[in-house]
Design a protein around this ligand. Structure first.
Ligand SMILES: CC(C)(COP(=O)(O)OP(=O)(O)OC[C@H]1O[C@@H](n2cnc3c(N)ncnc32)[C@H](O)[C@@H]1OP(=O)(O)O)[C@@H](O)C(=O)NCCC(=O)NCCS
Length: 306
């Protein structure tokens, strides 16, 4: 085989692809077990290859996630099959107006064979009516970054998964308290001012599931976060970096346990504050979007979707 470019330079050989007949179909609850194991194994594999900790502690936690997503009508899920065997899955969040993609995983023994591209295309076809589709990927995963970029996703922000227990002083007039249903309009207004979109349903879900918190400054709501103990589901907005620092410290104090979040690392002052408070960087990630995206007007951090 001629491996030379017209320039005379040697070009690297493309990896050989094994041809299988791959079908894509909607996920069923009965797929949860195999999908969950693949979710665990695929993420554990890429993390171990780069020396990072696992996202999912066990196969059971992957299965619980796959089951929850497969049974939730707010998510559209697909599986890839070869014959009767499920070899991968992908999900699209339809909770609010921005669509979020993931988790996408392919059985480690079937990766780099074109299956991930088909799973992505299937959810993008489903998201055709959405103005914006977003996702967060592991920055060290060159394959997923290349795949998403080739499908039209653009890098919007470098992120750092931060974990720890900040203990900053609460300035006078500041109060952190649990989010209530009645706070949703003010949270929506803050989110809209920052991002130009709202996440009303997600906020409503967070109140039942994740102990979200708000920050008041002199009685006015100036910040919120949705899931201080679960970074995958935790997104937040605050008017200023100082407000966000107060919110993070207040949430950690109220919980009495560490918090975690995906911090956009270009918010340099907030990153320095997190480090000074003893928080640790777990891993780098990247926010990518396809379609409409506006640089946030306030201090913010995304969940694993956006
Ligand atoms: C990420 C993942 C879903 C991709 O699925 P996959 O079936 O392995 O990927 P595919 O073979 O469909 O596509 C990979 C594409 O990236 C390209 N690619 C891979 N490495 C690349 C690199 N270093 N530079 C440029 N392109 C690269 C491939 O050539 C291919 O593009 P092509 O279709 O134009 O040939 C899968 O590898 C996986 O499960 N990884 C572990 C879990 C994970 O990280 N999930 C993503 C979470 S964000």
């Amino acid at each position: 085989m001629n491996n030379h470019h017209p320039s005379g330079l040697a070009t690297p050989l493309a990896p050989t692809r094994v041809e299988h007949h791959v079908s894509i179909r909607p996920v069923r609850t009965a797929d949860a077990e195999v999908c969950g194991r693949i979710i665990h194994d695929a993420f554990a594999g890429i993390a171990a290859a780069h020396g990072f900790p696992k996202d999912f502690p066990s196969g059971e936690s992957g299965i619980a996630l796959a089951r929850a997503l497969a049974e939730d009508p707010a998510y559209y899920g697909v599986v890839a099959t070869i014959g009767e065997t499920v070899v991968g899955s992908n999900f699209l969040s339809k909770v609010d107006e921005v669509r979020g993609v993931g988790p996408i995983t392919v059985d480690p023994s079937r990766q780099a064979e074109g299956i991930g591209r088909q799973l992505m295309q299937a959810v993008l076809d489903r998201a055709q009516d959405a103005a914006s589709v977003r996702l967060v990927q592991d920055a060290f995963n060159t394959r997923s970054l290349a795949l998403y970029a080739s499908l039209g996703f653009e890098v919007q922000a470098p992120l750092l998964l931060m974990h720890g227990t900040p203990r900053g002083e609460m300035a006078g007039g500041m109060r952190v308290r649990p989010m209530e249903e009645a706070d949703i309009p003010a949270c929506d207004a803050l989110c809209s001012a920052a991002h130009g979109v709202t996440r009303t349903q997600e906020l409503r879900q967070a109140i039942g599931r994740h102990a979200p918190m708000v920050l008041e400054r002199h009685g006015r709501m100036v910040g919120y976060l949705t899931a201080p103990g679960v970074w995958l589901a935790n997104h937040g907005v605050a008017e200023t970096e100082q407000d966000m620092a107060a919110l993070l410290a207040g949430a950690a104090t109220a919980r009495g346990e560490p918090i975690s979040l995906l911090l956009p690392s270009c918010q340099a002052g907030l990153l320095r504050w997190c480090l000074a408070e003893g928080m640790r960087v777990v891993k780098p990630m990247t926010l990518m979007s396809r379609g409409r995206y506006r640089q946030p007007a306030h201090c913010w951090f995304p969940s694993v979707f956006y």
